[in-house]
Design a protein around this ligand. Structure first.
Ligand code: C5P
Length: 231
């Protein structure tokens, strides 16, 4: 049974600003998304990779992000949708029913460690659903306006990252059932709504989601270190 990595990268990057969406910004002369794909190319338990990009970037993704880097696992590039949820669903629908597990990952997380990818896939292959989630190290407050309403019990707060890995049938049922009807910012939330228990796996390495220019600088430094190259 195959495990496919679905890398959602169809955001238009309004928060980041600038003309080029963040996933295509150059990091050491390569589009950021190509670094993300590289991590999945290196993960042992990933059989195939399907990047999901906005329609206007399909050609660019093919010519500038995938082809130059000999990613042997890339199966095809799929067109995204108007929301992250729609992009993930488009990717899911493109996969054959013979697909066993799907690892859904944010294209904007280029430094995810291949060992962490394998660890979360391994857990999902045992328990059907698992996500990388990191215990909070800051104290978390519920805020309204500029005022704190409550302080949450930090020992129970984890920050959900990606990849989030699910048995294909399970995540397809969740997306089909809740399509457009609930507002969620990750895929696990839909599986939770189905009443299913999702396992957490604590990452051993950093897994920054690039949201600001400063994040880009951090990622640049970490990638230089990881790939032991002088840039
Ligand atoms: O907006 P946010 O940073 O949470 O997006 C997470 C990931 O979802 C990004 O990699 C982004 O490109 C992707 N996305 C998508 N389709 C959209 C919106 C976001 O694939 N319509």
């Amino acid at each position: 049974m195959k495990t496919v990595a679905l890398i959602v990268a169809a955001g238009r990057g309004e928060r980041f600003g600038g003309d080029i969406p963040k996933q295509f910004r150059l990091v050491h002369d390569r589009p950021l998304l190509s670094w993300t794909i590289q991590q999945f190319q290196q993960a042992t338990l990933v059989d195939e990779i399907v990047p999901v990009v906005a329609e206007e970037f399909l050609l660019f993704a093919n010519e500038q992000v995938v082809n130059p880097y000999s990613f042997t696992k890339v199966r095809e590039i799929v067109r995204g949708g108007d929301t992250r949820e729609e992009s993930a669903f488009n990717g899911l629908k493109s996969l054959p029913i013979s697909c066993g597990y799907v690892a859904i990952h944010d294209g904007a997380r280029p430094i995810v460690d291949p060992v962490d990818i394998d660890r979360v896939i391994e857990t999902a292959q045992r328990d059907r659903a698992a996500v990388l989630a990191r215990p909070a190290t800051d104290t978390v407050k519920r805020v309204e306006g500029d005022y704190i309403l409550a302080t949450l019990d930090r020992s129970k707060i984890y920050l959900a990252e990606t990849p989030q890995v699910f048995q294909y049938d399970l995540i397809m049922s969740a997306h089909s059932k809740f399509k457009g009807s609930i507002s969620v910012t990750d895929d696990a939330a839909m599986v939770e709504q189905l009443g299913f228990k999702v396992r957490t796996v604590i990452p051993e390495r950093p897994n920054i989601k690039v949201t600001t220019e400063d994040d880009l600088k951090l990622v640049r430094g970490i990638l230089a270190e990881t790939f032991r190259t002088t840039f």
